[in-house]
Design a binder for this molecule. Structure first.
Ligand code: SF4
Length: 393
């Protein structure tokens, strides 16, 4: 299981060893069970920073390193650009001169970058075991089975799939094939508005919380308009009548990081820090989002902190690497993590300095490792869904 420390530890700079252990430990609930064999440098090598710098310099414009906001600082320092998953995929597409895109993020993000970049560009994920528990909660087979259930209930023609960016290329392709669109946590409302102009119902994949929060908070639907499709139960655990009555069919997936925040976390922090502003990501549970003062995507959270006045107090419900970085960047404000226990994304944390050094040095030696490549048919349909998102008003 993932290492857990207390909130008290947040005030203390973690030892490199603690971080490395965190990234290396297995979390069977959120990892894909993929191995990443390779001749990795030792984490204790004192020259890792110099080695990464030298390899990157040798590669020059041939390499472009992307760093997701949730990555460790030891990796982020080598990123040419930082951002959320969609911004990073767009940035990769805007660099056709870069032969290699080294994606410091998770598997579905590297797939999206491969879909949006040219055929000549190669996307590399420094650790193949860096998956995403949420994306893995919806497989192509399960979603195809769900579509059969909707067809049998006589409603498939009225359903428009909307898939969160945090999904595999297969799910994006399914979405494109069935007339749907992709969304991010910033444009989920616009995506749902568009979808309800195309059909009467939405199948929202794979994050139930983003789907529910957007439907209820932003679109004025009631909780009763939403049903939860459980891929592990026959017919999703729903009757044909329930499916026919629903407006939002939510896939039973969630983020194992944001799903940990609870109403108790919010009540607790309000008691501990009077006057605190609670700011959470929409991947959090509905009751957490309802009890927060502000809700928004990772980019929204960063901008909210930039705009906040000195002396203001913030409890943030998102991944811990980002919250720590924000606390460092805003010493004039009190920035704390929303929960008492540490909540890293263990799969994101798999990308550490030894993996980055290994990837960069291999590329500098002319050896392509850990390439993420999406097949042509999947890519074409997934691109269709992504282009619909880009065309959203
Ligand atoms: S934070 Fe959640 S959604 Fe993002 S990569 Fe980690 S498990 Fe997936």
């Amino acid at each position: 299981m993932r290492a857990v420390t207390t909130a008290h530890d947040l005030d203390v700079t973690p030892t490199p060893l603690a971080l490395l252990l965190l990234g290396r430990e297995a979390d069977p609930k959120s990892e894909r069970g993929v191995d990443c064999p390779g001749d990795l440098p030792a984490p204790s090598d004192p020259d890792l920073v110099a080695r990464a710098r030298a390899a990157k310099e040798k590669l020059g414009d041939k390499v472009f390193v992307l760093g997701h906001h949730y990555q460790r600082d030891e990796v982020i320092q080598f990123a040419d650009v930082t951002g959320d998953s969609f911004k990073l995929a767009q940035q990769a597409a805007a660099r056709p001169e870069a032969e290699y895109i080294v994606f410091c993020g998770v598997h579905f993000m590297a797939e999206s970058a491969d879909i949006l970049t040219t055929d000549d560009q190669r996307v590399v994920l420094p650790d193949l075991a860096a998956g995403c528990s949420m994306a893995d909660m919806a497989t192509a087979e399960q979603v195809a089975e769900c579509w059969d259930v909707l067809t049998e209930a006589g409603i498939a023609d009225a359903v428009v799939p909307v898939s969160y960016m945090n999904s595999s290329a297969d799910i994006k392709a399914f979405t494109g094939k069935h007339g749907g669109t992709i969304c991010t946590s910033s444009n989920a409302k616009r995506a749902l508005e568009w979808a309800f102009e195309q059909g009467e119902k939405v199948l929202f994949l794979p994050d139930q919380h983003l789907g529910r929060n957007t439907a209820v908070r932003d679109m004025g639907m009631s909780l009763d308009d939403c049903v939860l499709y459980n891929p592990h139960k026959p017919n999703g655990g729903l009757t044909a009548e329930q499916l026919r009555d629903a407006k939002m069919i939510l896939w039973r997936g969630h983020c194992s990081v944001h799903g940990r925040f609870s109403l108790d976390s919010v009540n607790d922090v309000r008691e501990r820090i009077p006057g605190v502003n609670v700011l959470v990501h929409p991947e959090c549970k509905h009751e957490v989002v309802e009890s927060a003062d502000y809700v928004g995507s990772t980019e929204y959270i960063i901008k909210a902190l930039d705009a906040a006045p000195a002396g203001s107090k913030w409890a943030i419900g998102t991944e811990l690497n980002l919250v720590r970085r924000l606390a460092k960047q805003h010493p004039d404000k009190e920035v704390v993590f929303l929960d008492k226990t540490v909540c890293f994304c263990s799969t994101m944390n798999r990308i550490d300095l030894p993996h980055l050094v290994w990837a960069l040095e291999s590329l500098a030696d002319g050896k392509l490792i850990n390439q993420i490549s999406v097949d042509r048919e999947t890519e074409d349909f997934a691109k269709l869904a992504l282009e619909r998102m880009l065309a959203l008003p």
